[in-house]
Structures are given as C-alpha cells and as structure tokens.
Design a protein around this ligand. Structure first.
Ligand SMILES: C[S@@+](CC[C@H](N)C(=O)[O-])C[C@H]1O[C@@H](n2cnc3c(N)ncnc32)[C@H](O)[C@@H]1O
Length: 233
C-alpha cells in the first residue's frame, strides 16, 4: 500500500508543478535559505517580505541610507502621468510620487491585504486621493490595459513568485513608449549589506526584461546601494 501513497504524492507534486509552469519558464530545486526553490532564468526567487516588515520599510534612517529622496526626485515624471508602484508595500514611494503627478494617479499595487490596509489608512490620513490602492495577484497586477506612462518597482521584483507572468502583464499595462523603472540592490557590490537573493545584478535584470520584449534605455547608479534601470515598451 505504501507505494501507492508515494505514487499519489509524486503525481500530486508533478501536477502542482505543471500547474505552476504552464509555459515552462521555471525550474525547481532545493530551496536555499532565503529562496523559494524556484528558478527563473538562472536566478532563485526570494521569499516575499511579509507585512511585519512594514516597520523596516518605514524606518527613519531609510532616506539617508538609501537616498530615497533622490530616487523620487529623479523619476522621469510629468504632472499628468498615470503611474504604477508595483510591490508598493506601505506606500512609502506611492504618496510622494502621487504629489508629483497632481493631474494623474498612482496605482499602489501589492498582494498582501495588510499592506493595502496600511496604504488605505495613509490615504485617509494624508488626503492624497490620487493614490489608488490595488490588490494584485502573484501573477497579475490587475492594471488597466495600455494605460500606464511609468511603472516602477522598488526592491520587490526579486521576490515576485511569477516574474514572467508579472512582466508580461506589466508590458500589457504600459502605454506604447511607457517606461518601467526597476530599482534593485546591487548584487555586484559586496558592501551592500543585503541578503544575496534580495539583490540583483544589472546583467540579470536586463536579461529578464529583454525576455519580455522591453528595450533597455539606461542604468543609473546615483543611489548608494541600488541600481536604477530604465526600460521602454
Ligand atoms: C520589500 S517590499 C518593498 C515595498 C516598497 N516597494 C518599498 O520599497 O518600500 C516588497 C513588496 O512586494 C510585494 N509583492 C511581492 N510579490 C508581489 C507581486 N507579485 N505583485 C505585487 N506585489 C508583490 C510584497 O507584498 C511586499 O509588500
């Protein structure tokens, strides 16, 4: 009888993997310490940062450590832009960016309801009403088609469990000529004090964006710890 149980478990496992890899873009391995054991284009995907990390995202020293002020100032925004902040977390970036697009809007997309509750509360308290909290799924940010002028992703892409599907959905959401700005801790720099799977190299980011048909525009390294890599649809 025991072999039947083993076979059933193996089949269940296979069908789970098959359901998760409709297009065969992923491989699976023993998970490493910070990873989920799912490999995309040679990179193991990291765990998602849970909502209990909200305090870390909002820490007082963040602006000085990461120069988040510079990042916000240098995003190529216009007042009427429709913007998407993907993996918005607490909305740390969504709200200051929304103030820079007074005739536009910022879709603040996250998969964790606790993060969206945080954003809702911040919206109520700040009165900044052009932030639109948006509950995405792991494979779809649920944005309107061809509607976004600029999407940005800060320290989140490396933890998307379905990067290919997310990337393709983002491309569909961008207007023709729309920009995707990816901000990731620099894997090339051993002095950046962040776990390995939570960093990405420029080469890896460019490879993954090329695979979904985005054109590389420029890489900017004006931040102390992160790459800012700009792509165009
Ligand atoms: C490390 S936090 C960064 C939050 C924010 N960008 C910041 O820098 O303050 C990453 C966020 O990405 C979210 N996330 C993970 N996978 C996602 C997905 N497929 N779609 C949208 N958000 C996702 C997580 O829930 C988490 O809130």
């Amino acid at each position: 009888m025991k072999w039947r149980t083993v076979l059933a478990a193996a089949l269940l496992c296979t069908s789970t993997l098959a359901a998760d890899t409709p297009t065969g873009h992923y491989q699976y391995s023993q998970p490493s310490r910070d990873g989920i054991g799912k490999i995309y284009m040679g990179r193991e995907i990291s765990h998602v940062m849970g909502h209990l990390g909200a305090g870390w995202l909002e820490r007082g020293e963040r602006e000085r450590q990461e120069r988040t002020d510079l990042l916000i100032d240098r995003l190529p925004l216009k007042p009427e832009f429709s913007v998407a902040d993907i993996g918005a977390g607490t909305g740390y970036f969504s709200f200051p960016v929304a103030e820079r697009v007074p005739q536009g809007r910022v879709y603040a997309v996250d998969i964790q309801p606790e993060m969206l509750a945080y954003i809702e509360e911040r919206k109520r308290k700040s009165g900044i009403d052009n932030v639109l909290p948006t509950r995405g799924s792991v494979s779809d940010p649920r944005l309107p088609a061809s509607a976004i002028d600029l999407a940005f992703i800060v320290d989140a892409y490396h933890e998307f469990s379905h990067p290919r599907e997310m990337g393709e959905a983002l491309v569909a959401a961008l207007k023709p000529g729309g920009l995707l700005v990816l901000i990731e801790y620099r894997a090339e720099d051993p002095r950046v004090p962040i776990k390995r799977l939570h960093k990405m190299s420029e080469a890896q980011v460019r490879k993954e964006m090329a695979a979904i048909g985005l054109e590389w525009v420029r890489t900017e390294d004006y931040l102390p710890q992160q790459h800012v890599i700009v792509f165009r649809k």
